[in-house]
Design a binder for this molecule. Structure first.
Ligand code: SME
Length: 171
C-alpha cells in the first residue's frame, strides 16, 4: 500500500485522472470493506481538497453515517429527505449548486455551500450506500465530478461484500 498520495494536474479532470489510479493501488490487497472505504474517503478529501466526504449506508430503511472525513455530521437520514435521501429514493446522482436552493437540504455544516451525492447499487439495482461530497464554495461540482465519481462508485460496488445475494451490506 502506498503511504501517501500525490495528486498532480491543474484541472479537475487531470486531478481525478491522477487520483483514481492511486485509489485503486491504495486498496489493492486489502479485503476489509470499511478499511478500504475509510482510506478512499481520506484520499478524496485530501486529494481533491473537498470540505466533507463521506459514506451513508442503507441500513434498516435509513441512511446511516459510515466512514467520512471532515467535520462531524448527522448520523441518520430518512428516505427522500435532504440531498442524500433524495439521491437514494431517485437512485441517481444529484448535483446541488447552492444548497440553500435545494428544498429540504439537511445542513450538517453551515459552511457547506454545494454538494454532489452519488448512489452505489447491488446486483439487483438496489441502493446499498451513497457518497456525499460537500464544498465550501457555490457550484463546485459539475459533469466532470459526476463522470469520475461515478467511476469511483463502480469501484466501490466491486468491493462491496455479499452484494450478489441482494441482502445489503454485511460486515
Ligand atoms: N447535506 C446532506 C446531509 C449530509 S451532510 O451534508 C454531511 C443532505 O442534504 O442530505
Amino acid at each position: 500500500m502506498a503511504e501517501s498520495l500525490s495528486v498532480s494536474g491543474t484541472t479537475k479532470k487531470e486531478k481525478y485522472e491522477s487520483l483514481l489510479p492511486q485509489i485503486k493501488a491504495l486498496i489493492e490487497g486489502e479485503t476489509d470493506f470499511i478499511a478500504n472505504l475509510s482510506n478512499i474517503m481520506s484520499a478524496l478529501k485530501f486529494g481533491m481538497d473537498f470540505f466533507w466526504v463521506g459514506i451513508y449506508f442503507v441500513k434498516e430503511q435509513q441512511l446511516v453515517l459510515g466512514p467520512f472525513q471532515g467535520p462531524v455530521a448527522c448520523t441518520r437520514i430518512q428516505l427522500g429527505k435532504g440531498v442524500c435521501g433524495t439521491a437514494w429514493k431517485e437512485k441517481k446522482t444529484i448535483i446541488v449548486e447552492d444548497v440553500d436552493q435545494f428544498p429540504g437540504h439537511i445542513a450538517c455544516s453551515s459552511l457547506s455551500k454545494s454538494e454532489i451525492v452519488l448512489p452505489a447499487f447491488d446486483k439487483n439495482s438496489e441502493v446499498i450506500l451513497i457518497l456525499d461530497v460537500d464544498s465550501e464554495h457555490l457550484a463546485a461540482f459539475d459533469e466532470t465530478d459526476k463522470v469520475y465519481l461515478e467511476q469511483l462508485m463502480r469501484l466501490i460496488e466491486d468491493l462491496t461484500p455479499t452484494l450478489s445475494k441482494g441482502e445489503g451490506v454485511k460486515f
